[in-house]
Design a protein around this ligand. Structure first.
Ligand code: SF4
Length: 64
């Protein structure tokens, strides 16, 4: 499972980082960054799905 943030949609609420702080960080403007390259380690999927569901801008996409 890989996660991406569409920077054209992200407005920097950081709700994703609250839901999954091991996966989402912030750039200098407060927009989300993905901290993990490649496949997510086991055990992080549930938090990432929660982050995706909580993103008000639907900026998070997940590739299985
Ligand atoms: S919750 Fe969505 S819009 Fe807000 S910082 Fe995270 S990815 Fe961006």
């Amino acid at each position: 499972m890989r996660v991406r943030v569409d920077q054209s949609l992200c407005t920097g609420h950081q709700m994703c980082a609250i839901a999954a702080p091991e996966v989402f960080g912030a750039d200098d403007f407060g927009n989300a960054t993905v901290l993990i390259d490649g496949d997510l380690p086991a055990g992080m999927e549930a938090a990432v799905l929660r982050a995706q569901g909580n993103c008000p801008e639907q900026a998070i996409s997940i590739d299985a």
